[in-house]
Design a protein around this ligand. Structure first.
Ligand code: FE2
Ligand code: FE2
Length: 203
């Protein structure tokens, strides 16, 4: 099995696939989707920077995530190019209900390693869901340029997802990580069930 295939299989561990109605409404609001997406990339970069600042003693994490900051920022620039070339306007960030809900599930306390693991798993989950959404956009958008764009980002975010999971398993007992990952997946399913389907949001 190729790396990509195995990653895609792992992505299917998401417990609830995106409601098929999402892409229909998203297609009609491409400007909003791209603006929201640009902020997602910006937040992904800043989230890696925060991890490096908050947990500098974890050498491997610092070394693995430093180049990811640059990749996420490159994604941000690429989304901005898509916005500019379509004559869309950028604007203020929108409320990110999805991430706000996930943050509620971060377990407080425990050791520094426990704390780091929680954040790594939350990041892994956001990557997995983003990857799933990019895949849907790749498969469903009519614009060929955007299709290719989302294919490229889907592959990149899948790599980030694997990074976060592997990092968690570097620092924490892998079986314990698996158990906690299952809890995160179950929680994310609940969040997805509650969120209203919005064509102006990436999540
Ligand atoms: Fe990204
Ligand atoms: Fe990413």
């Amino acid at each position: 099995m190729s790396w990509q295939e195995s990653t895609q299989q792992k992505m299917l561990h998401l417990q609830l696939p995106t409601d098929p109605r999402w892409v229909d409404v998203a297609k009609m609001r491409l400007e909003d989707i791209l603006v929201d997406h640009a902020y997602c990339e910006q937040k992904a970069a800043s989230s890696c920077i925060s991890l490096i600042i908050k947990f500098p003693e974890f050498d491997r994490m610092v070394d693995v995530l430093s180049p990811v900051v640059a990749e996420e920022w490159e994604h941000f620039e690429a989304v901005m190019q898509q916005i500019r070339k379509r004559g869309y306007s950028f604007g203020h960030p929108r409320k990110d209900e999805y991430v706000m809900q996930l943050q509620r599930f971060v377990r407080k306390g425990g050791s520094r390693t426990d704390q780091l693991t929680e954040h790594l798993l939350m990041n892994a989950l956001i990557e997995a869901r983003s990857c799933e959404r990019f895949k849907i956009l790749w498969k469903n958008l009519e614009d060929e340029d955007l299709q290719q764009f989302y294919y490229r980002l889907m592959v990149s975010e899948a790599g980030h997802y694997v990074n976060f999971i592997n990092l968690a398993k570097t620092y924490q007992d892998p079986q314990q990580v698996e158990r906690r990952w299952e809890e995160w997946l179950a929680f994310e399913k609940e969040v997805m069930e509650q969120l209203t389907i919005r064509g102006d949001r990436m999540h």
